[in-house]
Design a protein around this ligand. Structure first.
Ligand code: NAD
Length: 260
């Protein structure tokens, strides 16, 4: 249980991040939500989580592509809660295009949100974790932190970077009661994946149904999407006391994809 602990989950207004926030709240953690979306829907979500799980829930709409916005969010969170005990770097975007047609602005946005944001939240969260002698950092990477697929150059580059960053920080803080791990999901049917189906169909010249059958789930031997709940459960375990000896791990959660 995480009673008395505070969790920041970036990109938690949707998909995997929301599932993780819900699971950590259900186990007693105070939650800082982050991400984009309709203001009224986010306010309802905040109230619903707080009421259902009897925890404090805050929302910060900081744009993870902007270091100064991240600094502002972290400053507010630390002054209110003292320490972000559980940091889950989850915010991410995707763009699918051949590398010689890849929009330059998308390249930089993907590196900023999917990789550099984790550097900023981590460097700002660590001093309080070190002081407390406890911390859990979970980076939501991807099977694409371990293997590549065509037309996803920025995403694969960023996620491989997350794996390297995870291992490096884990070594730096290993003696201080702080663990740093990466979870590498295969395909999870969230808005991020739903949105890339038409682009992948266009890039490959096939139908959206063929993308799901022959591209997405072709890579996963189980032939099943990973679920949000499965990613949230592993993340919560990594945040627990029982996971104190797991650090610097890049953990596949991808239906056997990278075993091939
Ligand atoms: P999603 O699109 O459902 O959710 C992404 C979240 O990030 C949303 O809350 C969105 O508002 C937020 N976000 C986007 N840009 C942001 C920004 N600039 N600043 C702050 N928040 C921002 O996506 P998802 O599928 O839940 O993906 C979550 C993470 O899981 C990503 O890092 C993604 O790469 C990773 N992942 C997803 C899959 C999958 O199949 N869905 C597989 C492996 C890894």
């Amino acid at each position: 249980m995480f009673i008395g602990k505070t969790a920041l989950v970036t990109g938690s207004t949707s998909g995997i991040g929301l599932g993780i926030a819900r699971t950590l709240a259900a186990q007693g953690a105070n939650i800082i939500l982050n991400g984009f979306g309709d203001a009224a829907a986010i306010a309802r979500l905040r109230d619903e989580l707080a009421e259902q799980y009897d925890v404090q829930v805050r929302y910060d709409g900081a744009d993870m592509s902007r270091p100064e916005a991240i600094e502002d969010m972290m400053g507010k969170a630390l002054s209110e809660f003292g320490c972000i005990d559980l940091l889950v770097n989850n915010a991410g975007i995707q763009h699918v295009a051949p590398v010689d047609e890849f929009p330059v602005d998308k390249w930089y946005a993907i590196l900023a949100i999917n990789l550099s944001a984790s550097f900023h939240t981590t460097r700002l969260a660590l001093p309080a974790m070190k002081k407390k002698g406890f911390g859990r950092i979970v980076n939501i990477a991807s099977a694409h932190a371990l293997v590549a697929s065509p037309y996803k150059s920025a995403y694969v580059t960023a996620k491989h970077g997350v794996a390297g960053f995870t291992k490096t920080v884990a070594l730096e803080v290993a003696e201080g009661g702080i663990t740093v791990n990466a979870v590498c999901p295969g395909y999870v049917l969230t808005p991020l994946v739903e949105q890339q189906i038409p682009d992948t169909a266009k890039a490959r010249g096939i139908t959206p149904d063929e993308v799901v059958r022959n591209v997405l789930l072709a890579a996963q031997p189980t032939k099943k999407f990973v679920t949000v709940e499965q990613v949230a459960a592993l993340t919560a375990f990594l945040c627990s006391d029982d996971a104190a000896s797991i650090t610097g791990a890049i953990l596949p959660l991808e239906g056997g994809w990278t075993a091939q």
